[in-house]
Design a protein around this ligand. Structure first.
Ligand code: CDT
Length: 329
């Protein structure tokens, strides 16, 4: 195998019920780490909010009542077995979790803040990189028109760390450019491009995507939900010359189905490995990082071909605006 190759694992998780504690999640995650190590993986990626059920579907009037869903420290007594396994097996791990941080807001006031967060944990148990989800889907208030609530805008602030990339050793490779996204971020080309502009080589991303559109504003077929997820990830990889490990929570959580379909994608946008079931399941692939060079030096040689003078709208404007109307002379 090339000296610039790393072996990565998508550690898809089957459902976690509302009644199940972190002990259940952590025990299953440790088992997945052991299996991934056995299959030669050096990197393991878990889903978004991996330690609990997807709690934003449950409404709490008082935010503080929801505190039990969040991590107040990492590691904690409950998550320590995960860190012990990471050290024992010498793995690099992406962990998605709900974070409570006591830190200053933009006005300088220190307060309790809540984020949908992921970290990369090094084989020695240290946190290498932290990311807080930027694109929060859903709504803030209880929505009686919805079959199922999606209260991410209630439970989380918009991430305030940008889209960081760092270079860190992985397996036998001295330096790999690592970046992260969380769930809905994968649908936004802007997020991928900010990572691409930092020469990312491996994007790790976890998700909890319902199998059905619960907004009750029109039918969306299940296969199209999966197609849109894969389309976004494959396009993000191709257009930014990067690998991605994209990992789902899958199956029925208290009767609410999550779509599964975790994939590992190469810089050509091809799916290299995928999960096929809706339970705890690994997909493993060897990623030769030299593959990132082709796109980066040809079609997507950003320095040669990007035209920032034409992209002003991307940061000047949020919503779309109607064009001026053409009228015949
Ligand atoms: N967790 C998360 O971000 N889920 C959203 C659901 C939105 S419904 C299209 C996702 O983009 O998968």
């Amino acid at each position: 195998m090339s000296s610039n190759t790393i072996t990565v694992a998508a550690a898809q998780m089957g459902p976690l019920q509302k009644s199940e504690g972190r002990d259940v999640a952590v025990a299953r995650m440790v088992r997945l780490l052991e299996q991934a190590h056995h299959r030669g993986a050096q990197v393991v990626v878990f889903p978004e909010l991996a330690l609990t059920t997807f709690f934003p579907r449950w409404y709490h009037e008082d935010l503080d009542e929801a505190d039990g869903w969040y991590e107040h420290e990492l590691p904690s007594p409950a998550t320590q077995p995960l860190f012990d396994a990471i050290r024992r097996l010498g793995l690099t791990v992406y962990l998605g979790y709900a974070e409570i941080a006591h830190e200053a807001d933009e006005t300088g006031v220190v307060r309790k803040r809540r984020f949908n967060t992921s970290v990369v944990i090094a084989p020695n148990g240290q946190i290498v990189l932290k990311y807080r989800k930027v694109h929060l889907p859903g709504h803030k208030e209880y929505a009686p028109n919805r079959t199922v609530q999606h209260l991410e805008k209630r439970y989380f602030e918009v991430g305030n760390l940008g889209f960081p990339v760092t270079r860190a050793p992985v397996g036998d490779v001295a330096g790999v450019n690592l970046g992260m996204l969380i769930c809905n971020d994968r649908r936004w080309p802007e997020a991928w491009r900010v990572l691409g502009l930092q020469q990312v080589e491996l994007v790790m991303l976890g998700y909890n995507t319902p199998s059905l559109n619960m907004e009750n504003r029109g039918f969306e077929a299940h296969h199209l939900r999966v197609f849109h997820s894969e389309l976004s990830i494959q396009a993000g990889c191709y257009q930014n010359a990067t690998f991605a490990v994209a990992v789902a929570k899958a199956g029925s959580e208290d009767g609410h189905e999550l779509q599964g379909h975790s994939i590992i994608v190469n810089p050509q946008g091809e799916v290299m490995a995928r999960t096929t079931r809706w339970v705890d399941e690994l997909a493993v692939a060897d990623c030769n990082l030299d593959m990132c060079a082709l796109g980066r030096n040809t079609v997507f040689n950003f320095a040669a071909h990007r035209r920032v003078e034409a992209y002003g709208r991307l940061t000047a404007q949020t919503g779309s605006v109607a064009p001026s109307v053409w009228t015949p002379a």
